[in-house]
Design a protein around this ligand. Sequence first.
Ligand code: CA
Length: 227
Amino acid sequence: MSYILIVEDEVSLTSVLRRGFEAEGLRVDVAHDGDEGLRLALEGEYDAIVLDVMLPGLDGHRVCSMIRAAGLWTPILMLTARDSEYDETEGLDSGADDYLTKPFSYLVLQARLRALLRRSARGRAERIEVGDLVLEPETRRCTRAGAELTLTAKEFDLLAVLARRPGVAVSKAALLEEVWDLPGDSDPNLVEVHVSALRRKVDQPFAAAGGKLLHTARGIGYRLVPA
Ligand code: CA
């Protein structure tokens, strides 16, 4: 059974969410301010956290970045203020996995939360190895030949999608859908930019040892092949 933390001070909203989640068989805890939310989140037992930005005490961005700073990668769905593009960017920068702008429909929240829970279940305790490259989705750690690599969230997700299918050419369209939740016909430049950044971190430092892992599949996309 999935265990969800809701951090939100609006009592009517939290009770609607609690009732809805519990009706789906989820276990729910509620915190009504940022400090309490952070304290509960740091216990680390949740499968996902629904976190409002506007909170008494610590605001949602602070709570989110402190959870990440503590090394916890529980999926976080951030609830942001209406018409505030700034909030959304800030939410993702502070380490949230997804955001929803208020007011939202319960069905949309439910779908987005389910997607986060699926990702979190898949990531748990999983260890992906391709040659000397190791990815641990739960802790978001990535090492190559024992050396720790510092990857952004999207770089990690992109590498993980390729690493789960070693040797297979994955199209840019599939990467846009899986890593960014974007339609496959979105601008492939997003993928190319991230692949370049990944090459600098994953391949370049190991080039002398002949250790190229990330290969271009001409006309298709990319594949990760053990060196
Ligand atoms: Ca609020």
